[in-house]
Design a protein around this ligand. Sequence first.
Ligand SMILES: Cc1ncc(COP(=O)(O)O)c(C=O)c1O
Length: 456
Amino acid sequence: MNVTGIFDWSPATPSRLFYQSGGRRPMLSHGEGVYLYDADGRRWLDGSSGAMVSNIGHSNPRVLAAMRAQMEKSTFGYRLHFENEPAERLAGAIAKLSPPGRDKVFFTSGGSESVESCLKLARQYAVTKGEIKRTEVISRFPSYHGSTFGALSITGYDPLTAPFAPMLRAMPKVPAPRAYLDRDNLDDAARGLKYADMLRDKIEELGAENVLAFIMEPVGGASTGALVAPDSYYQRIRDICDEYGVLLIYDEVMTGAGRTGAFLAADHWGQRPDIIALAKGLGAGYAPLGAMLARGDIVDAVVSNGGFMHGYTYAGNPLACTAGLAVLKEIVAQDLFANTARIGALLKGRLEALMETYSFIGDVRGKGLLLAFELVADRETMMPLPREWNAFQRLVDLAYERGLIIYARRTRGGYEGDHFLVCPPMISTETHVDEIMEKLTASLDAFAAEFSLPRA
Ligand SMILES: Cc1ncc(COP(=O)(O)O)c(C=O)c1O
């Protein structure tokens, strides 16, 4: 075999990598706290924590030290051959931070894997109970649950699902509770119930005996831009699921591990989902790590009836779990739940204040440090900006040029509309909020000038 030059590389070497599209980005050098630096020394404030991942910031010395110490001992022990202490400790901590009874943990390496695990556990539980007709998993539109086939079948974001639609099992959808777009005479509480009752209608339409589960993001992620339902929505959804024997799955891949100011977003509404998907902030960028958390009785029923027919090679590996454990210790030691609630409220207030200057900001929403704003052509009708402006990309680029990273998607199911997630790490301070606002304002000014947009 000719191995000559296989490791040769210089910055001028054409990239062999590809992801969603071509195009080059600056070469990452290092990260520190809320900042990322490229090889030329340019600095960015990581205002989206990557993809809402780097919750405790970059290069935390205590997490790195814990990982280094673990690496000296073992980096991998296959879960069918060995138990390992970091995995046991992390599972224990996750269960203790979660609602009572949600006390069994299954590790994965990321969000899509966690969601797949939830679907499979739900299905096996139904089979165990003899409810074999239960196969329909209802989800919301828009929504995002991951890129693998099972997760895609419950994702409501057409550009991502359309090419694969003929290969997917079409799963039923109900509208996401985007009450901020409604122009009716209902109050907030009535709107929440209106959206929740759409789940009831869908279950009735499908036949309850065919419905396995309902899955939702308690605070929306990239597909809706930090969508928060009216308070009344959450308990009504729980009641409907209970009434029809439908399992309630919370996808907390983005919201979980502290991002909204509580360990789970479910905590804000005192909710107890049956199964929960976690990832992103659990490993917080230090290791690929996800988890499924489930009711103990569900897991016991499945495991004692032939076992859970599912698993991933890297699941529960000691290095990833050590990272997760150290991240969680850092969150607890610094009380980053409280900091997230406090700085999140400050940042949200500052974003809301932007609406006084920029009439093309139609909505500001979110919880904790999972925040977003949406651009519109008309605040009254909430009509989106012209699609061909590609505002969702343009404003991100303008901010990037100014040293601020924000995260954007099309709002209306991927077709049109533009929202921007502003989700800095949970360690952010007032000074960081000032810097975010200064750079964001400069970017919005440039955007407004480019498209001749009027000020309020
Ligand atoms: C709510 C939600 N679920 C699932 C996923 C998929 O996670 P991953 O990209 O780690 O597979 C994501 C990722 O953005 C997400 O936001």
